[in-house]
Ligand binder design. Structure first.
Ligand code: ZN
Length: 264
């Protein structure tokens, strides 16, 4: 058996789930204490050492921990939010303002041909004028209340008419074709659609481009918080198939919204 078979990187390192880890360390401690009380000190020491080591390299030792630990921890009367349910929590992907079935590579080629994006070494980025316009529009839209944002979107994007709004404990949303589009996504896409007006003629490319522009975000278009790169599915999210890699995503830790899913 190789070390890589023993170590489970999907549950350790940056992917470590702290509710699972602490519940497991607690259970390891209880087993050790139980053995110790029964005067089996060597056994107690061994159980503690092996248990802690296993939690360190495998994330957890108790089977099915991801299924029960987060809920268990949630019910504990702990002060504050010791496990920081920020970006580690699984944040579902928001819907988009723009429905399109254009291929991503084709969209980037069209945007480049139109002069909206350019290569910068290994990276691509918006050209300076488009970038300036995009960021200016985002600042303007971020200041609008939700109803005004909905009106703005409906008036700007020809594929849309009147848009419903929705507010819940997870934030503010526009209802587009039955899907919920998170406010930061609305701000980013609507601003990009406006910024592409001068350069991209084709309506479909402009819509798809507005969506693709979210990959260029480094801070939240709505609240300004720096975005963090995170794994879409942490241990508690049910990532069980070792053949599929979890998606990498850009999330705003303040709004708890996913701004972009990085293609793998
Ligand atoms: Zn935000």
């Amino acid at each position: 058996m190789k070390w890589d078979d023993i170590r489970r990187s999907e549950y350790t390192g940056a992917n470590r789930c702290w509710p699972c880890t602490s519940v497991n360390l607690g259970l390891v401690g209880l087993v050790a204490l139980w053995l110790y009380r029964r005067d089996r000190r060597v056994g107690a020491l061994a159980a503690a050492a092996i248990g802690v080591a296993a939690v360190a390299v495998r994330g957890y030792v108790v089977p099915y921990t991801p299924q029960f630990a987060p809920r268990l921890v949630e019910t504990l009367p702990l002060p504050g939010d010791p496990f920081g349910k920020g970006p580690e929590r699984d944040i579902p992907e928001s819907a988009s303002l723009t429905g399109t079935d254009l291929d991503g590579t084709a969209v980037l080629q069209e945007l480049a041909a139109a002069g909206a994006i350019e290569a910068d070494g290994d990276l691509i980025r918006p050209t300076a004028a488009v970038d300036r316009e995009w960021r200016g529009q985002m600042d303007r839209l971020a200041a609008e209340p939700l109803a005004a944002l909905a009106r703005d979107a409906a008036e700007t994007v020809p594929t849309m008419d009147e848009l419903d709004t929705h507010v819940d404990e997870n934030g503010e949303w526009l209802v587009v074709d039955g899907g919920l589009v998170a406010r930061p996504v609305v701000v980013a896409e609507l601003a990009a659609y406006l910024a592409l007006a001068g350069t991209v003629e084709d309506q479909q490319v402009r819509l798809a481009g507005a969506r693709a522009f979210r990959m260029f975000l480094d801070s939240c278009p709505d609240c300004g918080t720096e975005l963090v790169e995170s794994s879409a599915v942490s241990c508690c999210g049910g990532y069980t198939d070792p053949q599929t890699k979890p998606e990498d995503v850009l999330v705003c830790p303040s709004c708890e919204q996913r701004l972009f899913t990085i293609p793998t």
